[in-house]
Ligand binder design. Structure first.
Ligand code: GLU
Ligand code: MG
Length: 438
């Protein structure tokens, strides 16, 4: 009698922020953990629209995707229309070295740098916003129980799926935007934090589908509407596992190391924006008065700051030093979270190596200040388009040291391929294409 066989899908989360890979019989897992699966280097140039950007590899070469068993997600709930089995992993060269273009390996190298220069481990949580493309909910449902109610089944399934996958659910809500939701989870250390972001995005797609909805993480579905942010919260632990982000006597309550890290991120933010907000529609979201981010500023509890010092609560069961965290708000989910966290860590390490101190937090609406007043305070608009961000990425004197020259060239070609693919599309068509792709 014919019996169907369980398949594990082994994946990388690539330059397009897409989770791609290959399946194999689950019974081969042990073998595959050693042997991996074959992967063409040119796959890295498959853009979010599936068109292949110019590739230095052509049809040549092979890489090997080695699954990391600790990341495996198995959700078998056919009664809910859910059947998932996937695992994340690292791309190696055929002689077993981490591949220079493997996003997860790039993050590992960045985290090693942080350990080396500062003795710190990063703890992070990716806060995701997304929309249903097709729910057509009435206006008047922002943050409301009325907006949440028809989606309770979705939300409860998602919480269950997250927990089953090893992600600790934190909160979920009907966000402000049309058919928009936000879900948060507990922080995790190092690479695991980025793994959790990859997994969460897939769970949202899968659970939404099981409820008859199509979810999108596109940064901006409607050019005139509300954006979907990806806010990256982070803090540090020292070598003893003690929280190392907070110092009540430090600048804005930050430890000297956190302050230097924040300064590095803000000094180099223009150079890394092509990684953190990597789509053509990312930059419509990064405009003033959208509660996203538009300037290279630090803010204390300010929801329009690129880097926000988050509130701590005296009523929490978690002590202040452990609650204290920073939030990078200018990112979105068109990127690989591995590359995003790597970019923040490298920029932050640079700040630590150079002994920088965080700038003064801004307190006013920066959009109302004249450019010369802003400039006098070291403030300016973030890049305003993907081509602008790519120019700053390429011109950076640091990015090649941090990521390697090969990465910079191939990533630039990838993004150029994505831009070229949409060259003849209208603004509406471009937004639509991203909403379908993410
Ligand atoms: N939707 C906003 C964004 O694009 C964020 C709103 C919030 O503060 O949660 O980042
Ligand atoms: Mg939100």
């Amino acid at each position: 009698m014919l019996k169907s066989e369980d398949i594990v899908y082994a994946c990388t989360c690539d330059f397009a922020g897409k989770t791609r890979g290959k399946g194999f019989p689950a019974s081969d897992m042990e073998k595959r953990l050693k042997r991996g699966i074959g992967w063409a280097p040119t796959n890295t140039q498959i853009t979010c629209f599936d068109a292949i950007a110019p590739s230095p590899f052509g049809a040549l070469g092979d890489r090997v995707l080695i699954p990391d068993a600790a990341t495996r997600v198995t959700l078998r709930a056919p009664e809910m229309g859910l059947s998932e089995d996937f695992v994340l992993g690292d791309l190696h060269t055929t002689d077993g070295q981490p591949w220079a273009l493997c996003p997860r390996s790039i993050l590992k190298a960045a985290l090693e740098r942080l350990k080396r220069v500062a003795g710190l481990t990063v703890v992070a949580s990716f806060e995701h916003e997304f929309q249903f493309r097709d729910a057509g909910m009435a206006r008047g449902t922002a943050y409301s129980l009325q907006g949440f109610r028809p989606n309770r089944v979705f939300a409860e399934r998602l919480m269950g799926a997250m927990r089953e996958a090893g992600l600790e659910p934190d909160t979920i809500m009907k966000e402000y935007g049309v058919d928009q939701f936000e879900v948060t989870m507990d922080p995790a250390q190092g690479v695991t934090a980025a793994d959790h972001s990859v997994i969460l995005r897939q769970l949202v797609y899968a659970v939404a589908e099981s409820c008859g909805h199509a979810a999108t993480f596109t940064p901006l579905q409607d050019p005139a509407g509300i954006g979907n942010g990806l806010h990256i919260h982070f803090s540090f632990l020292d070598e003893n596992g003690t929280p190392a982000t907070h110092d009540p006597k430090g600048k804005h309550g930050m430890s000297a190391q956190a302050s230097a890290f924040a300064a590095g991120v803000l000094r180099h933010v223009d150079e890394i924006m092509a990684i953190l907000a990597p789509s053509l529609v990312s930059y419509g979201r990064l405009t003033p008065h959208r509660w996203s981010a538009a300037f290279n500023n630090l803010g204390v509890q300010d929801r329009e700051a690129t880097l926000r010092i988050c509130p701590v609560s005296a009523m929490s069961d978690i002590d202040t030093a452990r609650q204290f965290n920073l939030e990078f708000r200018a990112a979105d989910a068109c990127a690989s979270p591995y590359l995003q966290l790597a970019a923040l860590v490298h920029a932050g390490c640079q700040g630590i190596e150079e002994g920088l101190t965080a700038p003064d937090a801004t307190e006013e609406d920066l959009a109302s200040l004249a450019p010369d007043l802003l400039a006098a305070r070291g403030l300016h608009r973030l890049p305003t388009s993907l081509p602008d961000a790519l120019e700053k990425f390429e011109a950076s004197t640091h990015i090649r040291d941090w990521f390697g020259a090969d990465f910079v060239e191939v990533y630039r070609l990838h993004k150029q391929g994505e831009i070229d693919f949409l060259a003849n599309n209208s603004v509406e068509e471009t937004h639509r294409a991203y909403a379908l792709a993410y």
